[in-house]
Design a protein around this ligand. Sequence first.
Ligand code: FEO
Length: 176
Amino acid sequence: MITKRMADRINLQINREMYSAYLYMAMSARMAEAGYKGIANWLMVQYHEEMFHAMKLYGYLQDQGASVVLEAIARPDFKETGVKELFQHVLEHEKGVSASIREIAALAREEKDYATEAFIAWYISEQVEEEKNATEILQTIDLLGDSAQGNFMLNIELGKRKLTVPVNFAELGGAD
Ligand code: FEO
């Protein structure tokens, strides 16, 4: 079992991951409208990654016999229309998620909740990857040049991103 305090904190994280999914879905729509179908693809793959992050937490709560409590998801908050500015927002957003995940790890240590500490280690590593991905895209933008031609090349590159996470959430822990 986990404490009510930990269950509440994990439920909050589910909300934050769902917000991330919603944010990337909105960004994907914005980029598709602007004609950047490849960038929209990358962001929609990211949407699925975030849904996976949320559902892994959901399954963990169920495995621990804790209640899943879903709250309202905030409206996606971004104004950027430029490609570079958009990915700067992505990187800043992911840094915020990393901080949020570290809070859970710290709480697990404080409560000597070794199960949650082991579980959340996956997210700690995942956030290294998330920040790395956004940083590399920003580096690529700088290499190609933040221009129409550069964005066109980036659009082709990001269009190659494939989904690697499961989308059938019934197969995740908790639903069996
Ligand atoms: Fe779920 Fe992008 O962190």
